[in-house]
Design a protein around this ligand. Structure first.
Ligand code: FEO
Length: 388
């Protein structure tokens, strides 16, 4: 297990979770990493840890550089257990280590673990800790995405260690975004933002304002690849996503029982396509809700369709609505549609979610049983008229 030197005497000592395919509802097709970083100076510092089942892997990487018992400080930028899971073991191994965390970090860690014997020092935006040639600085990034979240900044190396922010779920042998390709890593960062960070847009804005004041040459997040040549591009991506700017883009999300709702979805697709709006068709039988959230992050039009089943939407559509409601996209136009047999409540339920999210709501499209060609032509024309 090799460590990777990312700056002089600063090493990636994280772990690679090649098999992970689910992360509290998020489909992680590419697996993930839990990035920990070791700073070797007059004092030795470990920044974040890993999930508990990969503790040995991390310890082997640390041991390839130094004896882990010599670690002086362990920084917990975030108490969620993908980064703190190894802390109980590490606090035993590193007997003399001081644990550095935010005020909420201390509270959270004590609610996760038996931390009675841990030497904890609380840090905040004003704290500076000299470790020899370097100084540790901290930026509290509360609610990006937990109350305890913070970033560690090392001015001498122009290195930002922001934990979850700017991360991506990618398991790889490579450590840098440019080694895999910016577009791939950026798409995964966008998915990460859409599924983890999006509900906390105002907190992201605060964090970005603080980070903008720093001189940054490298951003090393706690998941996925490190940004070294593309720092301004990933910062710009976060600023764009955080601002809820949308493109002239529509995403049509639906499920279908006997194909009628799918026919409506395709008619809606044709209408947007005819008006040169970028349009994506996503069927909930085949597309995962976490991938769809990435698609809608910059879409102005969100069209959701479900037939009525037992007086409500299909369960797949209900699950998507629940997920989207929690992630809170803003400033969109919503269009509900669906076929029905006798009552037709599905579109009302979809519109209820659009209302909660404060979308501009277009009149829903409903058809009893099977839509005929004339009906499909009419709804396509109606949408085109709205887009003029
Ligand atoms: Fe990667 Fe919020 O934990």
């Amino acid at each position: 297990m090799k460590a990777v030197e990312i700056k002089k005497n600063i090493y990636w000592v994280g772990t690679i979770d090649w098999d992970l395919r689910e992360f509290h509802g998020y489909l992680t097709q590419r697996g993930t990493t839990y990035n920990a970083y070791l700073i070797v100076d007059e004092k030795i510092v470990l920044v974040d840890t890993t999930r508990n089942y990969l503790t040995k892997e991390m310890l082997l990487r640390i041991s390839s550089i130094i004896d882990p018992s010599k670690i002086d400080y362990i920084i917990s930028n975030h108490s969620e257990m993908d980064h703190s899971g190894a802390l109980p073991e590490m606090m035993k191994v590193c007997k003399n280590a001081t644990l550095l965390c935010s005020p909420n970090g201390e509270k959270n860690l004590k609610r996760h673990f038996d931390a009675r014997d841990w030497n904890i020092k609380i840090v905040d935006n004003t704290t500076k800790i000299n470790i020899g040639r370097r100084e540790l600085n901290f930026v509290l990034t509360q609610m990006v995405h937990w109350p305890d979240s913070m970033a560690t900044y090392i001015p001498q190396d122009k290195l930002l260690l922001p934990n979850d922010a700017f991360g991506q779920h990618i398991a790889s042998h490579e450590r840098y975004a440019d080694e895999i390709g910016f577009d791939v890593v950026f798409e995964e960062a966008k998915k990460y933002y859409a599924n983890i960070v999006m509900p906390y847009a105002s907190s992201v804005n605060n964090a970005l304002n603080q980070i903008d004041k720093l001189d940054i040459e490298m951003i090393a997040p706690s998941h996925g690849l490190i940004w070294r040549n593309e720092v301004s591009r990933i910062l710009d991506g976060y600023k764009k996503w955080d601002s809820d700017q949308t493109l002239n883009k529509a995403v049509i999300i639906y499920d279908t029982m006997w194909g009628s709702t799918k026919l409506i979805a395709k008619a809606i697709y044709e209408a947007f396509d005819d008006k040169n709006v970028t349009v994506l068709l996503r069927c909930l039988k085949t597309d995962h809700i976490s991938d769809i959230m990435k698609d809608i992050i910059d879409a102005k039009y969100i069209c959701i369709g479900s037939p009525t089943l037992n007086g409500t939407t299909l369960p797949s559509v209900a699950a998507f609505l629940c997920y989207m409601k929690g992630l809170r996209p803003k400033k969109r136009v919503g269009l509900s549609f669906g076929s029905f047999g006798w009552a037709g409540q599905s579109t009302k339920e979809i519109d209820e979610i659009f209302k909660v999210l404060d979308f501009e709501i277009w009149d829903s499209i409903k058809i009893e049983y099977v839509p005929q060609e004339l009906f499909l032509e009419k709804i396509a024309q109606d949408i085109k008229n709205k887009l003029i």
